[in-house]
Design a protein around this ligand. Structure first.
Ligand SMILES: [Zn+2]
Length: 202
């Protein structure tokens, strides 16, 4: 398919470049959505399209495609496909989960990361209707990971400085380091993702 075959409608819905660690937008505290117009729906569509472009993608936040609205999408392949606008996470009990965590904006990286085992996310859908979902395990991890993104936080922030610095040094040596974003369908992004292609990433 050539560029001139793309209609504006298709372009608006197309998969977007994924922002990479080092891009300041990932450190931005995103802005609440107050107007629920077609633009919010378009953003949600772009988030889904981009997330599904990466076979292991289970969640994606707006600043991972360079936007600053408080919106994320999740699909942990557990039956819930959701877009959450203006999310708030409430931890439901004191149980914790340990497990590998990865991020689409830190391709090829991962760390065993402690999270709350169960949580609820409340917010709105793309039309402004109040919504609430509960999650356990991977789904709860995704709710926490994506909401953190919208507060400018990354999973590496949950680790001791020494661990985080080591991972940051690794990233500085990566081929993709210094690029603001990458097309998730590109050979370069796939190469950056590396071998662990079965691990869910957010
Ligand atoms: Zn992430």
């Amino acid at each position: 398919m050539t560029d001139d075959a793309t209609t504006p409608e298709e372009a608006a819905h197309a998969c977007q470049p994924v922002t990479l660690w080092g891009n300041p937008v990932l450190r931005k505290r995103c802005t609440p959505v107050t107007v629920f117009d077609a633009e919010v729906q378009r953003l949600v569509d772009q988030l889904f399209e981009t997330m599904y472009a990466i076979p292991t993608g289970v969640g994606l936040a707006a600043n991972q495609i360079g936007r600053t609205e408080r919106v994320f999408v999740v699909d942990c392949r557990d039956g819930l496909v959701a877009a959450v606008v203006n999310p708030t996470v409430t931890v439901l009990d004191a149980d914790l989960q340990e497990g590998g965590e990865g991020c689409l904006s830190l391709p090829g990286m991962g760390l065993p990361t402690t999270r709350a085992m169960r949580c609820r996310v409340t917010g709105q859908d793309a039309k402004g209707n109040e919504i609430a979902y509960e999650g356990e395990g991977l789904r709860a991890r995704a709710f926490q990971h994506e909401t953190d993104h919208l507060n400018g936080r990354l999973y590496i922030d949950l680790h001791p400085t020494k661990v985080r610095k080591r991972l940051e040094d690794e990233m500085r040596a990566e081929e993709w380091f210094g690029l603001p974003h990458l097309d998730p369908l590109s050979e370069e992004y796939r190469r950056a993702q590396g071998e662990d292609e079965d691990e869910p990433v957010e």
